[in-house]
Design a protein around this ligand. Structure first.
Ligand SMILES: [Zn+2]
Length: 310
């Protein structure tokens, strides 16, 4: 990538270079055209902008690499042209981010909708819903949004201005299929499976976590979390049939998952990582995590996951 400084001419002479914006000229990673590149975000900007807790000071955790920090540090770099940024916004981000809570106590429309719906599959700690049957869910937007974040993690090494490195999403041969899907040139790849998870507790954890690996025996798995929604991408030879049947794209029902274990695992992970690098600010976050659990455990039912049909 080259960095070009613009010297716009004014009557009477040149404007001092320091007063002018930088233009980052380069190849857009999505459309592969030589363009002026935007300062692209790994997770959409509004995740950071609107996720500020008003009741508590500095309560927004963002996880990068092995570190979780509670701050507004945004992860950006010059990756996409403005046309492709708009494409991401229009096809996924705008819809998704308008439907998740951005502070504690805000309504979570998607979760509230599911509480009124009947799952097509129920087992302890797990409810599956047919996304095609629930008009409040736009499965295309959800799948596009998740795909765009995983793909961003595959085609660029993201880091913060502090130099913290995000996990690379090692998509290998799947990156190109996903790129063409995001451009609208091909359908979602048949050899990728995406789980869309709605947060199982009524008090939604107010956080944004960039993708991280969680590989299983014989298959690859990456996941990220944004304010009440978790997304897991699976690929590889040994992806179990059970996982494939929960795909939000490559199944007839376009499945929405509510799984208590996802909430538990995420809360435990945050707590463990926070303990490892504890600071006064992060101790406040552990307190919040405890509150999420305490509130849900004192409520009846303990979470929105049903254990049987009623
Ligand atoms: Zn582009």
């Amino acid at each position: 990538m080259t960095v070009v400084r613009l010297f716009a001419k004014r009557p009477g002479g040149r404007v001092p270079a320091a007063a002018l914006p930088l233009v980052h000229r380069g190849i857009c990673k999505l459309c592969l055209k030589a363009r002026n590149l935007q300062d692209s975000h790994y997770l959409p900007r509004s995740v950071y902008k609107s996720n500020r807790g008003r009741a508590l000071k500095n309560q927004n955790p963002v996880a990068l690499g092995a570190q979780i920090r509670q701050d507004q540090e945004q992860v950006t770099d010059y990756v996409l042209c403005s046309e492709c940024e708009q494409r991401f916004n229009k096809n996924g981000e705008r819809w998704v981010l308008a439907r998740v809570p951005h502070d504690y106590g805000e309504p979570f429309e998607l979760q509230a909708t599911l509480e009124k719906e009947t799952p097509f599959h129920i087992e302890p700690g797990l409810n599956l819903y047919a996304g095609t049957q629930i008009s409040a869910f736009n499965m295309d937007r959800l799948v596009y949004f998740a795909s765009s974040v995983f793909w961003r993690g595959a085609v660029h090494q993201w880091k913060t201005s502090r130099g913290e490195i995000a996990f690379k999403v090692e998509l290998g041969k799947h990156a190109e299929g996903l790129r063409k899907f995001l451009l609208g040139q091909e359908p979602f790849p048949q050899d990728l499976w995406l789980t869309v998870i709605v947060w199982p507790f009524r008090q939604v954890l107010n956080a944004g976590l960039v993708p991280r690996p969680d590989s299983q025996n014989g298959w690859n798995r990456y996941w990220f979390y944004v304010s009440g929604l978790g997304f897991v991408l699976h690929f590889g030879d040994a992806v179990p049939a059970e996982i494939k049947l929960r795909c939000a794209q490559n199944t007839p029902q376009r499945v929405i998952t509510v799984e208590r274990a996802f909430g538990d695992i995420l809360l435990d992970l945050l707590r463990a990582e926070i303990r490892a690098g504890e600071t006064p600010e992060l101790r406040a976050l552990v307190e919040q995590i405890n509150q999420v659990r305490a509130k849900d455990n004192s409520a009846i039912p303990p979470s929105i996951v049903r254990s049987s049909r009623s």
